[in-house]
Design a protein around this ligand. Structure first.
Ligand code: NDP
Length: 685
């Protein structure tokens, strides 16, 4: 049978071209609200081996030519492009059952991740193609043999298998760190909502913003894709624990040690603290949190609260308050007046959730909602995948509430009697993505957070103090780890730059300092310094080189200097001003100079005072005072250009300098990095 012409068959974008499958035999996808056929889905005819080769051969090299900052710039541009087109995405999103605020969660959330990674890339990564990880490790006594970890992008493809519930955010939160790392992506959406991810990918490819080969898209099954993976490829998976287990043990993944990151369903919990009583602001926050997690995206959130633990004496009050709020939640078509909760993603999914509610009800009691019946506004309750929010209670010692996940608007309230007991109950979920504790008592928060942390990827502590700015229990954030141990998949996504490094290989390089400087582009202590006639502060960004050095001094430090500094700044600490007290100090034995005086005198020595390319000093890093400076000591400073970070979009860049302040006997008294902004020559005239 041929599909009606009005129903598109989704195209894949592989090996540089759109692939249109034969509609015959393609799987129909349905509007979650009306039940109408929306699109057809098939990846028949896609050459998966060729797609991976294309990513490795075309996308990877194109990305690796760019610096982290250039990739960050493209992510920012992409975010701007998608923002301009977000209304189109909202319209398609409504057909997945999402209300407008659900769609914003998905679409704007995804754009937000792109922007967050664009910003982190520029602020936390160098304008280079190699990432220097951690400090130089001395490996020999003489300083001629040192080690340094570096990270470089894997030369494979990041295969990203997504879940149905966030068809825009899901692919974007996986794409952003892979792209920033310099690794091309191959996106596979979940079938039920693939038509929305398809709309997203069409927008991205049509924009022409991303280098060719850096994004490929497979609409439909993955065929023999996994057979072609190598140790340079990665797989990032979101979905059920069962599928994660199948894919993780695929023979090629095992044989090739393919990096496999899973984010699977989990039985997330929220604890009402023992200090919180009905009528308090925290009690209301708890109730609002449970209701929000049940109804946003109709509870189809991997982080949603499935287990609500409350002090035994407050179970009734919590059930009453949550039920009252759920009773006012209008369910229906996303575009109908007053609707607060839309449909599940598909009728199949509703069937699955109903089966799981039945299992939970066997172990407890439904106290709000009817899984078989719901009043629906603006749509047909049976043709659309609508479901009433369902609240249950259960004995916490039953196994089911800790094991059965109803992936919909469903939560179970359970009583507890002590903190050690609730910590133990939380752990029965066998590993979760997100947990929360609502308490105003920091001691309660510490006991619970440290107790549940080994089973959780993220924990929110909510109270009146942070509620206004809190992003809530269920929101994964680009700067924070998203993932969890055990049942939650054992993986980590995002987490800021951690997610970028996941796509890179960390290599320990052992070499002499000069070689290491050449490899990393970052001057390493012990490698050559270059003293020239021109003061380094008179050089523009383009003229500076790592290793450019100025040696200045000596400068004698006198008692008058120290007393002047003490009076002037008000820092009359006894070690500098009180001879008897200083003599009793086991570290000094006599009066010594202020560390800040040493740093200030060093600046006085190395600074070139006239107007020039150095625009500002924006801080110091890693300042350590190593040896006390006594009256009469003579200081010399050696300032060496360590790292240059040009800003593509600014008339200046950052220069990191190594500062080493030494005494007359050569001993270092202070070491630190000085951070300056230096103008580019091209913009100086
Ligand atoms: P699945 O695990 O079945 O699917 C997740 C993704 O894996 C989809 O893209 C799916 O594609 C793909 N997939 C499934 N089987 C294979 C395979 N053999 N090889 C390659 N890819 C495969 O989860 P569902 O989407 O069906 O949801 C089921 C349950 O998972 C939910 O009820 C919920 O409990 C949980 N879930 C968890 C989420 C989370 O974020 N942790 C999110 C969504 C669901 P396709 O759709 O084409 O089969």
């Amino acid at each position: 049978m041929t599909a009606p012409t009005t129903v598109p068959t989704l195209r894949s974008y592989v090996a540089g071209a759109w692939h249109s499958p034969d509609p015959a035999g393609a799987r129909p996808l349905h509007d979650a609200v009306t039940g109408e056929e929306v699109a057809r889905l098939s990846s028949a005819g896609v050459d998966f081996g060729a797609a991976l080769s294309y990513g490795r051969g075309v996308g990877g090299p194109a990305l690796r030519e760019l610096t982290f900052h250039q990739r960050a710039g493209l992510l920012k541009a992409l975010a701007g492009h998608l923002r301009e087109h977000r209304d189109e995405l909202y319209a398609v999103s409504a057909r997945t059952g999402a209300t407008l605020s659900d769609s914003k969660f998905d679409v704007d959330g995804g754009i937000g991740v792109l922007l967050a990674y664009a910003s982190k890339g520029r602020r936390e990564l160098p304008n280079d193609t190699v990432y220097v990880d951690g400090a130089v490790e001395p490996l020999g006594r003489g300083g001629t043999f040192v080690g340094q970890h570096v990270a470089t992008p894997l030369h494979g493809v990041a295969v990203q298998v997504n879940a149905f519930n966030f068809p825009v955010w899901g692919p974007l939160e996986k794409l952003a760190p892979a792209f920033l790392a310099g690794v091309p992506s191959l996106v596979k959406p979940a079938s039920p909502t693939a038509f929305l991810t398809s709309a997203l990918v069409e927008l991205i490819i049509d924009s022409g913003l991303l280098p060719e080969g850096s994004l490929q898209f497979v609409a439909g099954g993955v065929g023999d894709l996994f057979d072609h993976l190598t140790g340079q490829d990665l797989v990032s998976f979101t979905g059920s624990a069962a599928t994660a287990a199948t894919l993780r043990t695929h023979p090629t993944i095992v044989r090739e040690s393919v990096r496999f990151n899973a984010e699977a369903d989990s039985l997330n919990m929220s604890i009402l603290g023992p200090d919180v009583a009905p009528g308090s602001p925290e009690f209301d926050l708890y109730v609002s949190g449970v209701v929000a997690e049940m109804t946003i995206k109709a509870g189809q959130k991997c982080t949603a609260i499935r287990r609500a633990f409350v002090p035994e004496q407050h179970v009734e009050a919590v059930v009453e308050a949550v039920s009252a709020r759920l009773a006012t939640t209008v369910v229906g078509a996303p575009d109908a007046e007053g609707v607060r909760m839309g449909a599940l993603a598909s009728l199949d999914q509703r069937g699955e959730v109903r089966r799981n509610i039945a299992a939970l009800a066997d172990a407890g009691r439904i106290v709000h909602g009817d899984p078989g019946k719901v009043d629906v506004v603006g749509a047909d309750a049976e043709r659309g995948a609508f479901l009433s929010p369902v609240l249950l209670t259960a004995d916490p010692d039953r196994a089911e509430p800790h094991a059965v996940e109803a992936f919909g608007p469903v939560s179970t309230v359970m009583g507890y009697s002590s903190i050690p007991q609730v910590v133990e109950l939380a752990a029965r979920g066998n590993g979760s993505l997100a947990g929360s504790v609502v308490t105003a008592d920091p001691a309660v928060a510490r006991e619970i957070v440290l107790g549940v942390a080994p089973w959780h990827g993220r924990v929110l502590v909510l109270n009146e103090r942070d509620a206004k700015e809190s992003t809530g229990h269920g929101s994964p954030l680009p700067a924070l780890v998203h993932g969890g141990p055990g049942r939650a998949g054992g993986g980590e996504e995002m987490g800021g730059i951690r997610g970028v490094l996941h796509h890179m290989q960390r290599t320990a390089v052992q070499a002499d300092p000069d070689t290491l400087t050449a490899i990393t582009g970052r001057w390493v202590r012990g490698s050559q310094r270059r003293e020239t006639d021109v003061h380094p502060f008179r050089k523009h960004l383009e003229e500076l080189r790592p290793g450019d050095t100025i040696v200045a001094g000596p400068r004698r430090v006198t008692q008058e200097d120290v007393e002047h500094f003490a009076e002037f700044t008000g820092d009359t600490f006894y070690a500098h001003m009180d001879a008897a007290a200083a003599a009793a100090n086991p570290l000094f034995g006599e009066r010594v100079a202020h560390g800040y005086l040493v740093v200030s005198l060093a600046a006085g020595l190395f600074v070139d005072p006239d107007p020039g390319p150095v625009l500002a000093n924006f801080g110091v890093d890693d300042l350590r005072f190593l040896t006390p400076v006594r009256f009469g000591d003579e200081l010399t400073v050696t300032l060496t250009c360590k790292q240059l970070t040009p800003r593509d979009t600014a008339g200046y860049g950052e220069v990191r300098w190594d500062a080493d302040v030494t005494r007359q006997d050569g001993e270092s008294v202070a070491r630190y990095d000085v951070l300056t902004l230096v103008a580019k020559k091209e913009t100086a005239s």
